[in-house]
Write a protein that binds this ligand. Sequence first.
Ligand SMILES: NC(=O)C1=CN([C@@H]2O[C@H](COP(=O)(O)OP(=O)(O)OC[C@H]3O[C@@H](n4cnc5c(N)ncnc54)[C@H](OP(=O)(O)O)[C@@H]3O)[C@@H](O)[C@H]2O)C=CC1
Ligand SMILES: O=C(O)[C@@H]1CCC=N1
Length: 287
Amino acid sequence: MSLTLSNAAFTFVGAGSMAEAIVRGLTSQKEGNPSRITMLNRQDVSRLRALQQSYGVSYAVETSDKNQAIIDADVVIVAFKPKDAVEGLKALGPLLQRSQLLVSVIAGLSTSTIEDILGAAGQPIARTMPNTSSSIGLGATGISFTPSVTANQQKLAIDMFASTGIVSVVDEAKLDIVTGVSGSGPAYIYYMMEAMIEGGIRGGLTPEAAKQLTVQTVLGAAKMVELTGEDPADLRRKVTSPNGTTQAALEMLDRHDFSTGVTKAVLRSAERAGELGQAISAQAANR
Ligand SMILES: NC(=O)C1=CN([C@@H]2O[C@H](COP(=O)(O)OP(=O)(O)OC[C@H]3O[C@@H](n4cnc5c(N)ncnc54)[C@H](OP(=O)(O)O)[C@@H]3O)[C@@H](O)[C@H]2O)C=CC1
Ligand SMILES: O=C(O)[C@@H]1CCC=N1
């Protein structure tokens, strides 16, 4: 029988903010099936109860029930922090079957390291990099598959993340730079918004007005790029009258190396993802 969003059993190991964003997407779909979703944490039971209340999903607390939820799953999603990866994956290893799809959202963690820690070479793995906008259906997820992931499992994983926004299938080697662009990306935009709001307030606007104008400006600019299909550089030129206000503003940004700073930030995030992956690999080797 082919696996779909409505009949597949999903078990989330780690029920934090990223797991919630995906669950919100899954349960918002017509074919989403909360009764097939189980959430696990190590200790935070109140969090699990809150997720059950909000989305109608199940949770398990006792070790035997948690293990059973993993054994029964078609898709096991690991959604804990990189620092918890070795412990979490080691515990999963003996429970996983080759027929089950493992989905990782953990930044920087390579599928070869996952296989090493699990002790399960050839485990079907979808390595992904979503972002927090997934929680409102406007996420951007990069996804890659190991060779043993079946066509049905690939479709299921893509459908899963498509329920939270757009999905881009990439080679695994590109996932760190996806992290730099869209995984960490919302934070760059928020940082710029903070600075725009600060500028508005310093210029005399109320905080509310500065925030409202900034939010609509960012929304409008993103929509302009999406709906017109024009390059951001062309749209920027259309805003920029010769010797006008925008030119003066952009010259100030250039004096502060804004563009270089953002490009370097994207690359640094990707590099950091690699470092996190290396650290997990080293930690695993030392155990
Ligand atoms: N936040 C973001 O913008 C993005 C994050 N990511 C990735 O998502 C992952 C999760 O991040 P995020 O959701 O922000 O983290 P959170 O801290 O919100 O959630 C992690 C959860 O995992 C649980 N946990 C930790 N270890 C285990 C374990 N061994 N078994 C079961 N549960 C466990 C923790 O609960 P408890 O301590 O009770 O067990 C906690 O609820 C990270 O690896 C990150 O790299 C990817 C893209 C974007
Ligand atoms: O900051 C982090 O490490 C995670 C991964 C991408 C976004 N947040």
